[in-house]
Design a protein around this ligand. Structure first.
Ligand SMILES: *Cc1c(COP(=O)(O)O)cnc(C)c1O
Length: 383
């Protein structure tokens, strides 16, 4: 039985009529750019995230870019972030002429290791950009403590983490900004590109509204140079429908994660921390750090022979993906930063060992057993 990595149709089909009605109503209004539908969705996301303000953006990438533009970050500035994320995180910094300063990750959570931040701060540091990778929040307590002491801006890349929590606080609501993505494969996915910035500060939100609209508050009068980073009304209408189901989907993802963990534990092959992974017969299932609500945009395991496991699952027709095969500091486009292999060993090891398994909410227990069975079959071959 083949199991795909993600099955968007399984989510769409039960909502088909509701989504069609929402799309139809925007078409009937012929109001496509910003306007009441976008505003209503912004209000819903602000409430959901526990933030006063939310500003719809054309994508998660543009949300990151607009925030850095609003903070005036540019040449000569440094932004501290992780080398192990989707490209947009470092790309946004580089596009503005600023320098992305990488800090290695914690091996269990794949997130920025706060213990290493202080050493990376220089007089040019302007911001820290933690990523809540795979749906689990970075260790925001110490990150905020450092940022406050050093007067740095904190931009949460929450593109994979809508609804995730850290000590009861929602992703995006702890730093100065939280950037969300509604790319179709994210936990709240649109019918195309979309994103949002949540923040608690009215002045920052107001500035972002201008940045996303060519720096203009009044048509044809430009206070600053921004861009076209606007969220479409059609996307907002669809996402507003889907938001009602998000917590149910998250519960499904968490249930599936628990099922995987139980199956791997029962095999006797699971070890609970990356540092305990010693043999090719072992597996580290996705690790939940304390005081977090993990929303499982991805369920990522670690094994020694990741490429072997990947090929095995491919032969069995089981979806899997490598997030991410090459950390930022080794990317061709960043050679100018002057890094070399070995600079960020935890990120490099994650790039060699991590593999995402199917975790979408509609998976059946039978499908989870199929995936876990194929994984365990591969690990046994190493005995
Ligand atoms: C998806 C993603 C983005 C970018 O979002 P888009 O909407 O695809 O532009 C940024 N950061 C991370 C960590 C992501 O996963």
């Amino acid at each position: 039985m083949a199991v795909p990595l993600l099955d968007l149709n399984a989510q769409y089909l039960p909502l088909r009529d509701e989504i069609a009605a929402a799309v139809s109503s925007v078409l009937d209004s012929q109001h496509f750019i910003l306007g009441p539908v976008v505003e209503a969705f912004e209000a819903s996301i602000a409430k959901y995230s526990g933030c006063e303000h939310a500003v719809g953006m054309s994508s998660g990438t543009d949300a990151l870019l607009a925030v850095l533009m609003a903070e005036g970050i540019g040449p000569g500035d440094e932004v501290i972030t992780t080398p192990f994320s989707f490209f947009a995180t470092a790309g946004a910094v580089h596009r503005l002429g600023a320098r992305a300063v990488f800090v290695d990750i914690d091996a269990d959570t794949f997130n920025l290791d706060p213990a290493r931040i202080e050493a990376a701060i220089t007089p040019r540091t302007r911001a820290i950009m933690p990523v809540h990778l795979f749906g689990q929040m970075a260790d925001m307590g110490p990150i905020m403590e450092i940022a406050q002491r050093r007067s740095l801006c904190v931009v949460e890349d929450a593109a994979q983490a809508i609804g995730a929590e850290y000590r009861g606080q929602c992703a995006g609501s702890i730093g100065h900004y939280g950037c969300l993505s509604f790319f179709p494969s994210k936990n709240l996915g649109g019918a195309g590109d979309g994103g949002m910035v949540v923040c608690r500060d009215a002045a920052r939100a107001d500035l972002l509204r201008r940045v996303r609209n060519h720096g203009s508050r009044t048509k044809y009068y430009h206070e600053l140079v921004g861009g076209n980073f606007r969220l479409d009304a059609l996307q907002a209408a669809i996402l507003q429908v889907k938001l009602k189901y998000l917590d149910g989907w998250t519960a499904g993802r968490q249930r599936n994660a628990d099922r995987y963990r139980a199956l791997f534990a029962a095999s006797g092959r699971a070890v609970l921390h990356a540092s305990l992974l010693q043999t090719p017969q072992q597996i580290v299932p996705s690790v939940e750090a304390p005081a977090r609500r993990h929303v499982y945009n991805q369920f990522v395991v670690r094994v020694r022979d990741r490429d072997g496991l990947r090929a095995h699952l491919q032969r069995r027709g089981i979806g899997q993906e490598v997030y991410y095969p090459l950390p930022f500091h080794l990317q061709e486009c960043f050679v100018g930063l002057g890094h070399k292999a070995g600079d960020f060993p935890a990120s490099e090891q994650a790039a060699r060992e991590a593999l995402a398994l199917p975790i979408y909410p509609e998976l059946t227990l039978g499908q989870i057993e199929e995936v876990a069975g194929a994984v365990l079959e591969f690990l046994e071959q190493h005995s």
